[in-house]
Design a protein around this ligand. Sequence first.
Ligand code: F6P
Length: 335
Amino acid sequence: MLTGGGDCPGLNPVIRAVCRRLWENGHETYGVLNGWRGMIDGNLKPLGWEETSGILHIGGTIIGTSRTNPYKNDGGVEGVKKTFEQLDALIAIGGEDTLGVASRLYAEEGLPVVGVPKTIDNDLNGTDYTFGFDTAVAIATEAVDRVHSTAESHNRAIVVETMGRHAGWIALFTGIAGGADFTLIPEQPVDYDEIAAAVERRRSRGKNFSVIVASEGAELPGFSDEGEVDEFGHVRVENRAVGETVAQEVEARTGMQTRATVLGYIQRGGSPTPRDRMLGLRFGLKAADLVLEGKWGQMAALHGDVVNSVPLTEATAELKLVPQEWYDTAKTFFG
Ligand code: F6P
């Protein structure tokens, strides 16, 4: 198995479950080190009891990760195919990028691959939720709770910037659960006057402070992304400085002292919530079952409370963005 893309709480539970289920069926398990980089280089590590013991509650991934794309490296796909000669199957654990590669390797090269959906951003299609999301929202919500008391003490507006470069799920759930006075997500246009109006409405009701949640991927008016892209074509959204920019614009319009807090990697690091441990374990068992059944090109998925599977092509065709109805739910509680 390999883990690719940004790390995510719940990866180690998946690895643990895959190993247990495959061992009980008489198979050996290997970790491919550092995502697709390890498949290109043939960098495999046997995973046994010693390696997988005591990892359930640990964040990150014991087999490392990278954003390497075999299709963007000379000889990358050939390297992957060569490494496959040592393997019966590969379980790729990742988000749209990692699983997009897995999908192509299955469809174009006929390789025996199955997928597990991972991302704190929760923006993968074909599954109700990805593991890591619950942990990220729990951490971000706690941050919003903490920011409330300091905002109130100082009569300030505080902008809390969350991750989520293409989809606003983390910001949306954090904003609703944390009682944000405004929430900005990439799927909705940003209007500084609307945010300022929400802050003013609260002030007119005697609440001389506000908390605003903003996704790092919010599309700021007049801003165009520049600079390097990674091997999957993503720009570094932190260049937008969403939190800081929104804070300055709100202060300019309301005169209220405004600050920004960027949560960053805190949302991805550390121990998974019990819910993410459960989801990771269940996805891991399902992926191992898909291997045992030879159901290649499939991805473990959650629908309601049932873990089943969907084709990787369906999961990676397009991102799962926040629909209008969800944003309307958040809006009810603005200002
Ligand atoms: O894809 C998950 C994610 O956490 C995004 O929300 C974020 O923009 C990105 O990873 C940043 O990851 P890195 O800095 O590791 O490239």
